[in-house]
Every structure is written in C-alpha cells, then in structure tokens.
Design a protein around this ligand. Structure first.
Ligand code: 9WN
Length: 421
C-alpha cells in the first residue's frame, strides 16, 4: 500500500460519521446522495460491510413515494446553506426535497461482485428500495421521455452551462436575504454566483409552496430541463439493477421495460447542430447548445457514437488534464468555476467505465492516468483546473479518495495482471 492509498483510506475514515460519510468537513456537513454511493465503492476496497452500511443509510431516507433525497440532514449544522429550515420537507430525518444522480445500483453491483456470498443478504434488503427509487424516476421525472430535472442541484452538475437557458427563466428577485455559507470555505471565484443562488432558492421556495408535490413541480415549477447526464446514469443503473435482480432470482421485466423506454427517448436529447447529446429546456423544447460532460456519460449507457467521440476528443484535447465539465472552446468556459470548466475526478471515473465497456481501452487509460496525475500532484481535492492543474473546492474529499482507491491508482500492468476490464 502506498502513502496515497493510506491517505485515501484515512480521508474516508475521517469523513465517516458512522454509517454515512460527509463529502468533506466544513463545506458539506451532511450526507449527499451520489457522494455516498461513491464513498461506498471506496470503502468496498477495504471494508465491504461498511460499504453496504453506507448504501443502507442512504436508502433508509427514501420517501414514501420512492424518491431518495439529495441531502440527508442527520445532525444540525449551521455551516451549510440552505439547511432543513429552508427545505421544510417534513421528513425524519430531515432531508432536501429533490434527488441526485441515481448511481447507487451501479455501485451496488460493483460492490456485490467483490463478494457475492456475504453481499447477498445485504443486496436482498436493498433491492426493493432501489426498484422503488428507479420507478419514481420513471414515473415522476421521465414524463417527457429523457430524465427531467426540476433543480440544477438535482443533476449533481449544479452550475454547468447546460442549465443557463432554464435558469434564465427563473425569477430570483423576490428571494429574501440569506447568508451563503459555502463562501466561508471556498473562494467565490470557484463557486456559483449570487444570481445562481437567488434562483436556486427561488426553485426551492416553489417546491416548498406546493408541499414538494412532484406532479405540480413538473407541471408548473420554474425550472424543468432534460439532463443527458442523469438519463445515461439511470439507463446504466437500470441495466445493473436488472443484473442484480436476476442474481437474486427476481422478475426483472419491469426494469427491462424502463430501460427500453428510456433508451428510445435518447434521440430527443441528440442535437444535430452540436453533433452531441445536449440538455434541453422542457418548457419550450430549446436545446442548450453547449457541450457538457454529461454528454460523455453516454458511454456508460452504451450510447456512444463516432460524432460524440469526435466531440469528446476535441474538448479533451483543448485542455491538459481530464475531461472538462464544459466546452473549453467556447467563451463561457472557466477552468476554475465549479461545473463551468473544471475536471471532476468522479465524472472522469464514470466516463472511463463507459469508455472501457465500449472498447476504448486507450482513452479510458489516458483518462485514468491524467486523473491520477492530478491527485498525485495535489491530493484529494473536490475538482481541478484542467489546464494548469490548480486544485479547487474542498480538500480531503471523500469521493476523490474513493475513486483513487477503486480506479485512479490502478496502473495498466496491474489491471492486466488482475484481468480487470
Ligand atoms: C448542492 C456534495 C455536493 C455534490 C454536488 C456538487 C455540490 C451542493 C452545493 O456538492 O453540490 O447539492 O452546495 O454546491 O455540485 O455534485 O454532490 O459534494
């Protein structure tokens, strides 16, 4: 075990609150949905039982309607805004009112395959909850075909340019005074703007005003956009859930039919003018007309194609390290501003899983080695400047430590020796 491996394990342990893991101390003092799924994958490299615990704790906060919230406010903490008093969802424990990328089934499969014998009982307990969550996505968020998000935070790629056209229609001017807490931890240049936050809060206030009724929010809410990123992650998650269901001897025909229906909606998010998958404003049908990293998650769902590959290489070759979160060849690209340019190790890991499965072994390896170089040089930061490597956002970050242990640390010789894909 190398020093970096030890450090990565130590980060997971330091951020472990007993059953759930904080993304990082200070900036994000609660349990986040997709962060937890990555944390579980990381724990699985040295403590499989702890990995299942993480997923159990996440799924334990599932709402009666099947939704699994994006934040679970286990313990009060004044260090984050907006907290439970703003969301007012009336859940116990308190939670936010939106979801986040459904990668839990993807990670559950990876963890199950490490040790199927002991994992079986854990999976049996989790499986019905995952099916219920996936059904919620299909019924509540796929009414327009691809996955719709009702808040940029739902995408996990909060302020990426994909959402600019949808956010332009959100009126944030009536939001009362509030104090952001993120700026006490991270420089404002790296975070979303005040205009973004006013609109984020306006969308939360709308959800609260209709008692977090999904049908009303999808119908009348201030923001509704098709998200290529979640569409591809859900597609992959459906496939993985079906594999898990079959292993348990379950009838997976409902899951298979969701996957077929969702796959048939992919042409709706293909933008010919951009030559790539693209986000779309579902209020008026307009495409975002901007290449984002969500498009490259197509590989995760086996939906890559030569035009997309050309766009991937163009955007990637325009920077030096990792796949950028926004197109480096457009004016709004900003290499340090959150999801408007920086490279995110976790997104790189998901893209690489897809590239590998699609036979692009060399590209997957290039992505791994560039991501590993960033972590070796600076440590386990939240994200990085893809041009000059500057580390950005929170440090000692759980998901960066997790993907180091599971993916970034593995040199090709080692992969070949292990027969890993
Ligand atoms: C809002 C925790 C989360 C990640 C998201 C990332 C960021 C929150 C924020 O942090 O979002 O959910 O306050 O900025 O964008 O992907 O899950 O790491």
């Amino acid at each position: 075990m190398t020093h970096l491996d030890e450090q990565a394990r130590a980060i997971l342990r330091q951020n472990d609150k007993g059953g759930y893991t904080l993304p990082t101390h200070g900036l994000y003092p609660y349990q986040w949905n997709w962060d937890s799924a990555f944390a579980a994958w990381g724990f699985a490299t040295f403590d499989v039982a702890r990995a299942w615990d993480e997923l159990d704790t996440l799924m334990a906060s599932q709402w009666d309607n099947g939704m699994v919230p994006h934040i679970i406010f286990h313990q009060p903490d004044p260090g984050y805004f907006p907290g439970p008093d703003v969301w007012q969802t009336g859940q116990t424990p308190e939670t936010s009112g939106i979801s986040q990328p459904p990668i839990t089934a993807i990670m559950a499969r990876l963890i199950f395959e490490i040790d199927e014998r002991t994992g079986r009982a854990r999976l049996e307990a989790l499986y019905p909850k995952l099916v219920k969550w996936h059904r919620w996505w299909q019924e509540m968020r796929c009414t327009h075909g691809p996955v719709a998000i009702i808040h940029p935070w739902e995408s996990g790629r909060d302020n990426c340019p994909d959402w600019d056209i949808g956010m332009a229609g959100v009126d944030g001017s009536a939001v009362g005074p509030y104090e952001r807490r993120d700026l006490g931890h991270v420089h404002a240049d790296m975070r979303p703007t005040k205009e973004d936050y006013d609109r984020y809060i306006a969308i939360v206030e709308f959800g609260r005003s209709v008692g977090w009724d999904d049908t009303k929010i999808v119908q009348d809410g201030p923001f509704l956009m098709a998200d290529p990123g979640i569409t591809f992650m859900l597609l992959r998650a459906h496939d993985d859930l079906a594999v898990l269901g079959r292993a348990l001897g379950e009838d997976v025909s409902e899951i298979e039919s969701w996957a077929t229906t969702l796959r048939s909606a992919l042409p709706l998010i293909w933008n010919d003018a951009l030559n790539a998958f693209d986000a779309r404003n579902l209020r008026d049908g307009a495409f975002a007309n901007i290449l984002g990293s969500g498009a490259f998650l197509a590989y995760l769902a086996g939906a890559g194609n030569p035009q997309l590959e050309a766009q991937l290489l163009r955007a990637w070759n325009a920077v030096n390290y990792g796949v950028p979160s926004a197109d480096p060849e457009v004016d709004l690209f900003n290499p340090r501003k959150y999801w408007r340019g920086p490279t995110w190790p976790v997104v790189n890991a998901l893209i690489a899983i897809g590239l590998n499965a699609d036979g692009h072994i060399d590209l997957a390896e290039r992505l791994r080695s560039e991501t590993a170089a960033l972590i070796r040089k600076h440590g386990f930061y939240e994200y990085f400047d893809p041009v000059d490597t500057t580390p950005c956002g929170g440090k000692d970050f759980t998901w960066t430590a997790a993907i180091w242990l599971t993916w970034a640390r593995h040199e090709p010789q080692e992969n070949a020796a292990k027969g890993a894909a």
